[in-house]
Write a protein that binds this ligand. Structure first.
Ligand code: AMP
Length: 173
């Protein structure tokens, strides 16, 4: 005799849960990596040199509609990161005299980086904890791109929308 669906009751054991109800299966969907974002957005990274001025930096930030620049030396090695936040802070400290300062005087030298294999969940949690929104992708001193908190959140949103659409199609047929 066919048995209709029974909603789980409080006394039920965990092992009676279906696959979609377990934590394991829900977390398994979160295995998207930095490489997935780079594949979508490309590997373009806008950079400046430590000796370049903040005046040059704001021009580039404004022209490219971005919030941060990576700072590299003549060999392309990562020396720091300069975000709009650093410039705003300097503006408050040195009103009217900010733009001639060199980037190396204002940038953050201790840069946190990620690899292409790192999961988006891990990158998102490091960004949230460190209170920054940009993460250069570096492996063996080579720059592979940069991901922003916006890229990561947006990637996940599109994924969720796609999953919702698939579920809808499954239900509607
Ligand atoms: P943001 O939120 O990215 O505009 O940056 C906020 C502050 O964190 C600024 O002082 C940046 O120089 C710094 N910052 C940005 N990205 C990083 C990073 N990946 N590692 C370390 N510091 C960073």
């Amino acid at each position: 005799m066919p048995v209709s669906f029974q909603a789980p009751k409080r006394g039920d054991k965990d092992k009676n849960k279906t696959v979609s109800q377990s934590n394991e299966s829900n977390l398994a969907q979160d295995t998207a990596t930095v490489q997935d974002v780079l594949t979508k957005k490309g590997d373009t990274v806008f950079s400046i040199r430590p000796e370049d001025t903040l005046g040059q930096a704001v021009e580039l930030l404004s022209e490219k509609h971005i919030g941060a620049l990576v700072v590299t030396d003549a060999n392309g090695e990562l020396k720091g990161i300069l975000s709009e936040r650093d410039i705003v802070r300097k503006l408050a400290q040195t009103p009217g005299k900010t733009l001639p300062h060199k980037t190396e005087q204002v940038m953050t030298s201790n840069v946190e980086t990620c690899t292409r294999q790192e999961s988006l969940i891990s990158v998102l949690s490091r960004m949230t904890e460190g209170r920054f929104r940009h993460m250069p992708v570096v492996e063996n001193n080579r720059l592979f791109g940069i991901v922003t908190i916006g890229d990561v959140v947006n990637y996940r949103l599109v994924e969720l929308e796609y999953e919702a659409l698939q579920l809808k199609q499954l239900v509607v047929g």
